[in-house]
Design a protein around this ligand. Sequence first.
Ligand SMILES: Cc1cc2nc3c(=O)[nH]c(=O)nc-3n(C[C@H](O)[C@H](O)[C@H](O)COP(=O)(O)OP(=O)(O)OC[C@H]3O[C@@H](n4cnc5c(N)ncnc54)[C@H](O)[C@@H]3O)c2cc1C
Length: 370
Amino acid sequence: MVVVGAGFGGATCAKYLRTWGPNIDVTLIEPNDKFVSCPISNWVLAGMKSMDDITHSYDKLSRHGIKMVKDYVTGVDTAKKVVTTKGGASIAYDRLVLAPGVEVLTDSVKGYKEASAAGKVVHAWKAGPETAMLRKQLEEMPDGGVFVMSVPTAPYRCPPGPYERACLVANYFKKAKPKSKIILLDGNPDVASKKGLFMDAWNNLYPGMIEYRPNNAPAAVDGGRMVVTTEFDDVKADVMNVVPKQRAGEVCGLAGVRNDSTGTWCTVNLATFESTTVPNVHVLGDSVLSNLPKSGHMANNHAKVCAAAIVELVAGRQPNPIPVVANTCYSATSDTTAGHVANVFRFEAGKGYVTQPDGGRGRQGLRDPA
Ligand SMILES: Cc1cc2nc3c(=O)[nH]c(=O)nc-3n(C[C@H](O)[C@H](O)[C@H](O)COP(=O)(O)OP(=O)(O)OC[C@H]3O[C@@H](n4cnc5c(N)ncnc54)[C@H](O)[C@@H]3O)c2cc1C
């Protein structure tokens, strides 16, 4: 078995393939030495946590007998069942699990690549060096400066993430540079997640600080003039955090499994996570198109359902036809408040994942995130 990507989905799948199928050989391919978590990365931007707090070692995976290969997959031959890597390796598989997260489409915003190369714009939608860079830019911004950030059109990784980011940056500004302002350019017609929670926080915790503009997808950025251009106007910024739209990770394109109607996301049998078009290739996490949210918690649940299904298939048995997954999502609105939703879903053939009554209403509330 070969698993590509050691994020929330891939690392979990590799672990549970070995736990539930101790005779299965598992090779996990990942280019990075350490995992940097997107969850809590907005807290780093607000100065509430450090990069060390969100950086985790892969060391514990080896105790499960997983063979880790530090490399990047650059080719997939689904006929020969072989992946090839940047480092020149060819690795054969019986079944392939792809968990590469998202590819951020920087080409979709004119001037983005040039401004990014000049260090004038970051998305920080993959936690790592860009997270640290954005925190530094916010710290260096003068009091009274303007932070312009954007929300990509749905579907995208972590629906509440941009709105949480606006809250936490506002929390930082309120304490450190109270004359500053946030302009939130949303490519969507309305707040795409937890609207009540976020509007309440913007109005009551940060009155006058966050200007929300729906239907305002950035079309271009200019790193020289520090301007984000939308369909309507040029927005001048001191710090630019433009998050372009996204699609399933690059390796999904290489394997031919970006098979939705627009060639953007991957459709799978949601009881096994096997591609609906390419046999023996499973896709997990953010790359999958479904009614489930693109979250780390959900990628972890996809991974467990997929690992259980593969163990059954390898043993010649039928996978569980009615798997259950859950999603819990906390969004911090300040350094002392957060809101959460929690849902349980059961797979029903012909319907997909159906919200279950007990956990299905979703629960929202405020609590101390500590
Ligand atoms: C600001 C922010 C806040 C968030 N907060 C939360 C939260 O509070 N709770 C929550 O549940 N989710 C949250 N999320 C969402 C969560 O981060 C993602 O949903 C989750 O990371 C998806 O897991 P994944 O396994 O699909 O992808 P990832 O975790 O991104 O893992 C993909 C891995 O694949 C590797 N990879 C990619 N291509 C290749 C290749 N060709 N070869 C080898 N390896 C490859 C990458 O290096 C990476 O390690 C947040 C996201 C953001 C941006």
